[in-house]
Write a protein that binds this ligand. Structure first.
Ligand code: ADP
Ligand code: MG
Length: 324
């Protein structure tokens, strides 16, 4: 059986990857990494853990696990308006399955390369499968996007489409069957979310607040309204749904909970002050990014979701650990 050092050497160190960025003064191999933060910037840091059987079904492929573990961290950088730069990987492995490790590391490094983020260290141990990635990025001082600056009359936007990942998850859990011609698209939306890093960086100049949708649209928008001491009204008709989502579902009573409370889309939800809206929409079109205006910030606390001007009763509001 190889030692943890063999595993690190074989699967998590390669010259192509360890020389990705010139701001890594010292990467994997010492007691800690040394990293050079560009002048005039703040370091932005976040950690996310994926536990087998909790955050992904145990039969998920190593490629998808690696992809998602890094993608959800990149999404946190996007939500802060930060440019991701470096990450560390704390991995707990039940065994030293070489085929699994090879598939995992190839998928991890291919996404890392795409976003120009370098693996600079980590920790390897034996136990139930668990992957924890800490990501670091930077943002020009005072340009970070937070959850606490939304103001009354600001417009509420989301990127991409909402509910796809929740629909795929519902099918994994045996609650529904996906149409054959939509299954691969929807499963990809669940297992391989696209972190909105480019949009996040662009939003630095326009958004008053931002969050990524991991727990559900209403739950995550609720974090913005709570932290900003405001409320929100969104219109169900304006929430963008994919054609693959629509092909599977026509029953409104099923659609609404998936769209409103389903998580895992990793799209951005953000607010734009009215005076910046026209310029923002123009820049979005120029950059061919996909965003939709779904509502407005109000002074009445809480999040209201309307359908044809009638308020929808919201029950479940996102996944919570330690709560039944
Ligand atoms: P230490 O005992 O000093 O904590 P380790 O033996 O845990 O060091 O790790 C040795 C080196 O390998 C360190 O630079 C560490 O960051 C790196 N490392 C360990 N596990 C991983 C991993 N899964 N991915 C990337 N680097 C790792
Ligand atoms: Mg260690």
């Amino acid at each position: 059986m190889p030692s943890e050092f063999d595993i690190i050497r074989q699967f998590f160190t390669s010259s192509a990857i360890s020389e990705l960025r010139s701001d890594v003064v010292l990467g994997i191999g010492d007691d800690a990494a040394i990293l050079d933060i560009a002048e005039g910037h703040y370091l932005v840091q976040s950690v996310d853990t994926l536990v087998s059987g909790v955050h992904f079904p145990i039969e998920t492929s190593p490629e998808d696990i690696a992809y998602k573990a890094l993608a959800v961290n990149l999404s946190d950088m996007a939500a802060m308006g930060a440019e991701p730069a470096w990450f560390t990987l704390a991995i707990t492995l039940p065994d030293d399955n070489e085929k699994w490790l090879k598939a995992f590391s190839e998928s991890l490094f291919s996404l890392a390369k795409k976003y120009n983020v370098q693996l600079v260290g980590g920790d390897t141990s034996n136990g139930p499968l668990c992957i924890s990635i800490t990501i670091n990025g930077f943002v020009p001082k005072d340009k970070a996007l937070t959850r606490n600056n939304a103001e009354v009359t600001d417009k509420i936007y989301v990127s991409g489409t909402i509910g796809d990942a929740a629909l795929a998850l519902a099918s994994w859990q045996g609650q529904c069957l996906l149409r054959d011609d939509t299954a691969s698209y929807l499963n990809k939306r669940l297992n391989r979310p696209s972190p909105q890093v480019e949009l996040g960086i662009l939003l630095r100049e326009y958004a008053s607040s931002c969050i990524d949708i991991s727990d559900g649209l209403v739950a995550d928008l609720g974090h913005i309204t709570e932290n900003s001491h405001v409320g929100a009204k969104i219109n169900f008709e304006d929430i963008p749904l994919s054609k693959e989502f629509n092909l599977n579902l026509t029953d409104k009573s099923l659609i609404i909970p998936l769209v409103i409370s389903g998580g895992d889309d990793y799209e951005l939800c953000f607010t734009i002050p009215v005076k910046k809206q026209a310029e923002f929409e123009a820049i979005i079109e120029e950059n061919k990014l996909s965003v939709s205006c779904i509502g407005e910030i109000e002074s009445d606390k809480g999040v209201r979701c309307m359908e044809n001007n009638v308020e929808i009763e919201l029950q479940a509001t996102g996944y919570k650990h330690f709560v039944n």
